[in-house]
Design a protein around this ligand. Structure first.
Ligand SMILES: Nc1ncnc2c1ncn2[C@@H]1O[C@H](COP(=O)(O)OP(=O)(O)OP(=O)(O)O)[C@@H](O)[C@H]1O
Ligand SMILES: [Mg+2]
Length: 511
């Protein structure tokens, strides 16, 4: 086997008194995708940031091609050929793709002007090598997250990246976008780049990697080539036990209608949206990214105005309502974007959880700190939160922040809970806990709408699945009918029944 491109040896890192990495060693090899897995808070992103030059290790060394290296800044790491792609790209939105790629190092013409032609040419070349079609002179503003990640990858290539690290790059991508990213990754691998991939999605990890390392509580607990691993083994190493049921759905007899949405319309976004949700029901809302699912949720919750239609919750009809009115009527929304809409980063975890229930806590006069702590502890323990409730939310790992957002809304015990991608970025152990909790709440009579791009999750959890395509409802499937195939069929806007389609395919001899 070729020697490693980069080697980390016995890395330690603490933040204050919190020890995050304890003697981690890891090597990345040329032409290999090495996946790093572990529970939320295991230390994956911290390790990535050390490799990226964002954090300094307290102890331990890094070697590249046998030589010891020390990165004191991201640009030092980049110069040495180590680039990192994060979930949320960090490009300058007003500049063009090419300008972003050559930020701070634009080539000049003989006359000292910036050589735009050369920049565009270089970017074009990389694009065609990667098999992507974007225009170098287009502004970054308006590009999808997936395209912005491609721009970051091209930037890395212009630094002649030897090592490319991706920290949960697929969390916000659609199925198609993930496929394209993986094609790009495959090309980089063939060029001999050493890649590291951090993800909570087991299917992705197993489809893309040649090597898997699992971390737990800041240590490596298992590492080896792909063929030595099974899904069960990865899960067992990650969470320290095997998981019995991934989708612990309880059977519930639906009760009274809790939400009645009638002919909801928001011009250019969605129309003709009518459906009901009953107490005890979990209704899945499936569809491709951009189908309008989150937009419907936002309108029901009163963030975006409706142009027409009616939202009735219990006996209360809501028109031109604000989120405050929606909350008073008993609706809760766990938003898709936890960073911007879900949390107040500088507040403590405890305050974030209790913010919405504060009224409940305050009913007897002063906010009792004890009561507040009790509520926060109850829900965060249930979500297996790693982190202290009296610390600011900002220092939690990504997945743990997601758990706080969930805890915050579960604590309000709304009549109708809308969860938008509830387990995105959440590790498998906590994911099954989230599912168990949702299932129990439904059993206690809560009505739940679950928006998710994770099809097994929708199929495993929903009593009924509504599918959207381009702003309209295209199917309503009972639990027994909701297969991946049937959902994708409706999500891509195909009409007729799958059975007809299959019959046709068979008669054409192309089954
Ligand atoms: N600046 C900081 N101050 C204090 N603690 C921190 C800081 N940054 C990270 N931590 C802690 O380090 C631990 C590891 O965090 P890290 O982000 O590396 O986890 P992760 O494995 O990437 O998790 P996730 O899967 O949720 O992204 C967490 O417990 C986190 O709270
Ligand atoms: Mg992380």
């Amino acid at each position: 086997m070729s020697p490693p491109v980069i080697e980390l040896v016995d890395i330690y890192k603490s933040f204050g008194s919190t020890r995050v990495l304890e003697g981690v060693s890891l090597s990345l090899f040329p032409g290999e995708v090495h996946s790093l897995m572990g529970e939320n808070g295991a230390g994956k992103s911290t390790l990535v940031k050390i490799m990226a030059g964002l954090h300094l290790a307290d102890k331990g060394i890094a070697r590249m091609s046998g030589q010891e290296v020390l990165f004191r800044s991201p640009s030092q790491a980049q110069q040495a050929g180590v680039s990192v792609i994060y979930q949320e790209p960090t490009l300058f939105r007003d500049l063009s793709i090419a300008e972003n790629v050559f930020m701070h190092r634009q080539p000049n013409t003989a006359y000292g002007w910036i050589d735009y032609a050369a920049m565009n040419r270089a970017v074009s070349e990389h694009m065609s090598q990667l098999g992507v079609s974007l225009r170098p002179q287009d502004p970054v503003l308006g590009l999808s997250i997936a395209d912005q990640q491609i721009v970051e990858i091209i930037k890395a290539l212009t630094f002649e990246a030897k090592v490319l690290i991706m920290d949960e790059p697929t969390a916000a991508l659609s199925l198609e976008e993930v496929k394209r990213l993986f094609q790009v990754v495959e090309r980089l691998r063939n060029k001999g780049v050493a890649l590291m991939f951090v993800s909570h999605r087991l299917e992705e990890v197993f489809s893309i990697s040649q090597r898997i390392t699992v971390m737990r509580d800041g240590r490596v607990v298992g590492s080896g080539p792909l063929q030595e691993w099974t899904t069960e083994e990865v899960i067992r190493k990650m969470v320290g036990r095997s998981l019995d049921a991934l989708y612990p759905k309880e059977k519930v007899e639906p009760g009274k209608v809790v939400l009645r949405a009638r002919d909801l319309r928001r011009a250019g976004v969605f129309k003709e949206i009518s459906f009901e949700v009953r107490a005890g029901e979990i209704v899945g809302l499936a569809g491709l990214v951009g189908a309008g699912r989150s937009e419907v949720a936002r309108a029901i919750f009163g963030i975006d105005p409706l142009d027409s239609g009616e939202v009735v919750i219990g006996e209360t009809a809501l028109t031109n309502h604000t989120p405050q009115m929606a909350m008073a009527a008993g609706i809760g929304l766990v938003p898709e974007d936890r960073q911007q809409q879900g949390l107040v980063m500088e507040m403590t975890v405890m305050r974030n959880v209790t913010l919405t229930v504060l009224r409940q806590v305050q009913r007897f006069g002063l906010v009792s700190k004890e009561k507040e702590r009790e509520i926060a502890a109850q829900w965060t323990e249930r979500m297996r939160l790693k982190g202290h409730i009296e610390e600011p939310a900002s220092i939690l790992s990504g997945g743990n922040q997601q758990k706080v957002v969930l805890a915050k809304w579960l604590a309000t015990r709304p009549k109708l809970l809308i969860v938008d991608e509830p387990t995105r970025g959440v590790d498998v152990g906590a994911k099954s806990e989230v599912h168990r909790t949702l299932s129990q709440l439904a059993q206690q009579g809560m009505a739940i709408i679950m928006i998710s791009s994770d099809l097994p999750e929708v199929i495993g959890m929903a009593d009924r699945v509504l599918v959207m395509h381009e702003g309209k409802l295209t199917a309503e499937l009972a639990r027994s009918e909701a297969t991946e195939e049937a959902i994708m069929f409706a999500a891509t806007g195909q009409t007729g029944s799958i059975r007809d389609q299959k019959a046709k395919a068979t008669s054409n001899g192309q089954s």
